[in-house]
Ligand binder design. Structure first.
Ligand code: HEC
Ligand code: HEC
Ligand code: HEC
Ligand code: HEC
Ligand code: HEC
Length: 495
């Protein structure tokens, strides 16, 4: 049997094309099996190996399979014989018996074909599964996706697979995504992609299908306490607390609604933006109970003959565009490490020096070492005593700065501070203030409200304590309750 199989392969590889086909197919399948065993046994494990196992070898295998009949065809042409004649000529055993028709050879071909089909469907299934893993999306094109992958890993969604947000359900979406993926591979291979990768993503899976699988409108109720610490750039890096009570409610029926009013089932907001960046609105419309839309028009842009580049129904991503790919700004990033103790806040002028070091460098490879060096030099030169006493802590703090830098700045992808703006909040007049501003007005000249207490109560604003309450002792003992509250686990779990 084996001998016949070898005879069969020899006959197929009588010319160069056939030979290449047979060698490709056989060696691809053998290497594939070896690598697959090594991968299953945990000997090798990384996304590139996956790329090779599930894409390269199956591709070589298929190429080989295509070359074999092509080689056979060439042989028919060169001998001038029909397939039947050639077959009955070449497949003759030692006793001179033809062993093709109704013979083991037919079984061999049939069996091999069946084996190929099973093998290939198994591999395609594996390949599709493999390509759906975050590790593949995040690392297969290392430079391109690394920034998004990096910030994803430290986000609340680190365990939500990329495809759950980026690829819809069903065959159509899958085919779309794979075609898109092929294009991405080509553009990565030939260096055709834009840096940084443009945002917003226009073919993101509708948020209502994805986010709402885990967070649904009824889930948003009540208010949420958030305390933000800013450290001053003075010797002591004095903390200042801003505490907001965010009205996250989606509202229902007659109950007052808050921030998630926009996405409650009975509401609908749509907008026309001047550019695909969705930063400046031409108009914003709200569906009324009678089904008509009420329009707020941007009075700054009236008469300018502007055409909207995009009309969009508002969903989660219009505010939570950084739900997962969370890039930090230098000052809040330092504040966060000071708060958590990763950077030692007892070092004199640490906030000021850290900020200067982080922002004082053009994004380029090797900048993070310079940042570390700058901090160390500052204490070595200016505070030799402290350097003597706390060098370990200084080195550790400097290391944290370098981590902040490497997390947020990616020179290879031209990503620097602020490349990906965050729409939560209203820093720099963006975010909520893209719509909640004085310029978007209805027929009567009323604007979309930007009242400071509509979205949050401000319980402290750059105060020495997280609650202004604590400064003016209330006679009824409420400050005692707040103090207890501050000591609780809950307070420590918010920032
Ligand atoms: C929880 C949902 C979610 C997950 C999980 C997720 N993304 Fe995203 N991704 C988004 C959203 C939302 C945006 C921004 C869309 C916008 O602004 O229009 C985005 C944007 C991007 C962008 C465009 C650049 C940018 O930052 O705006 C890339 C590239 C990207 N994601 C890749 C990935 C990769 C790779 C993974 C897995 C490692 C992943 N995403 C996982 C929701 C997600
Ligand atoms: C597979 C489930 C899943 C999907 C899909 C998902 N999330 Fe989440 N999300 C979570 C989990 C789990 C957390 C973490 C909760 C925690 O840590 O307390 C979270 C946290 C968040 C938070 C932070 C809440 C906080 O406590 O600060 C926001 C905002 C958020 N998700 C928005 C989104 C948006 C927007 C989308 C769609 C683009 C989305 N999520 C898709 C499961 C999901
Ligand atoms: C109008 C802007 C806006 C829209 C639209 C929006 N959110 Fe939010 N969401 C916010 C703000 C602001 C907060 C509070 C921010 C914070 O906690 O830092 C928030 C908080 C959250 C939280 C934490 C809530 C909690 O109870 O503690 C989750 C989870 C979340 N949003 C998910 C979603 C999802 C999913 C959608 C779409 C169905 C959505 N959001 C739509 C602005 C929005
Ligand atoms: C695309 C435009 C747009 C953006 C962006 C936007 N909003 Fe709104 N928002 C509206 C419109 C329109 C209304 C309703 C105005 C009206 O009453 O006619 C509204 C209403 C509200 C209300 C009042 C809900 C009620 O009970 O009537 C709150 C609270 C709110 N928005 C919070 C936010 C926050 C917080 C953000 C940013 C995270 C934000 N919005 C971003 C368009 C927007
Ligand atoms: C349309 C809703 C909305 C309106 C109107 C609004 N804010 Fe805010 N504000 C937010 C949201 C959302 C955040 C971000 C919360 C977070 O960090 O998650 C925020 C954050 C803040 C912060 C903290 C910033 C920081 O990071 O330290 C301050 C201070 C603040 N707002 C003050 C104001 C003042 C003053 C006004 C009136 C001029 C105002 N807000 C109007 C929604 C609003």
């Amino acid at each position: 049997m084996i001998r016949k199989y070898i005879t069969f392969l020899k006959q197929l590889s009588r010319n160069t094309i056939g030979k290449i086909g047979v060698i490709l197919t056989t060696s691809a399948i053998i290497t594939f099996i070896l690598l697959e065993i090594m991968q299953l046994a945990g000997i090798i494990h990384n996304a590139y190996i996956g790329l090779i196992i599930y894409l390269l070898f199956p591709a070589l295998f298929i190429l080989g399979l295509i070359l074999i009949p092509f080689g056979w065809h060439l042989r028919l042409k060169s001998t001038g014989k029909t397939s039947r004649e050639l077959l009955s000529e070449v497949f003759v055993d030692e006793q001179g018996r033809h062993w093709f028709f109704g013979s083991p050879l037919l079984w061999t071909i049939g069996g091999l074909t069946l084996a190929n089909v099973i093998f290939l469907s198994g591999v395609s299934f594996q390949a599709l599964h493999f390509m759906d893993q975050s590790e593949f999306c995040g690392t297969a094109c290392h430079t391109v996706m690394n920034p998004e992958y990096m910030v994803y890993q430290s986000s609340p969604h680190a365990r939500v697979p990329c495809v759950d947000c980026h690829v819809g359900e069903g065959l159509g979406a899958m085919v779309d995504a794979k075609l898109n993926g092929v294009w991405q591979m080509v553009s990565a291979g030939f260096n055709l992609y834009q840096r940084p990768i443009p945002t917003p993503v226009h073919n993101l899976r509708p948020a209502r299908e994805t986010c709402e699988k885990c967070h649904w409108p009824e889930k948003f109720y009540g208010q949420r306490l958030k305390s933000i610490i800013h450290y001053a750039q003075n010797e002591k890096s004095t903390p200042g607390y801003t505490t907001l009570l965010l009205k996250v409610d989606a509202g229902k029926g007659a109950a007052p609604a808050g921030i998630h009013w926009h996405i409650a089932a009975e509401n609908e907001v749509r907008y026309a933006s001047l550019t695909v960046q969705r930063e400046e609105m031409l108009w914003v419309e709200v569906r009324q109970p009678d089904g008509n839309f009420k329009r707020y028009t941007n009075r700054k842009l009236i008469g300018g003959n502007h055409e909207p580049e995009e009309i969009r129904y508002m969903d989660c991503v219009d505010c939570h565009n950084r739900a997962t790919h969370i890039y930090e700004q230098p000052s809040p990033a330092i504040d966060e490490r000071l708060r958590s103790g990763q950077i030692n806040k007892d070092l004199p002028f640490i906030k000021r020096e850290a900020l200067a070091a982080l922002t004082g460098h053009h994004p380029q490879a090797g900048a993070s070492e310079k940042i570390e060096e700058k901090i160390k030099r500052f204490y070595r030169v200016r505070y030799p005593d402290i350097w003597q006493e706390k060098s370990e802590s200084i080195i550790k703090s400097a290391g944290q700065l370098s981590k902040i830098y490497n997390r947020n700045i990616h020179p290879a992808m031209a990503i620097t501070w602020g490349s990906y703006p965050d729409h939560i909040g209203h820093a720099g007049g963006g975010g909520c203030f893209r719509c909640h501003n004085q310029d978007l007005v209805d027929m009567d000249g009323h604007n979309i409200s930007a009242d400071c207490t509509m979205c949050h109560s401000i319980l402290a604003n750059e105060s020495p304590t997280p609650f202004d309450y604590m400064n003016n002792h209330s006679p009824d003992g409420r400050d005692y309750l707040i103090r207890e509250y501050l000591k609780s686990e809950f307070f420590h779990s918010i920032r």
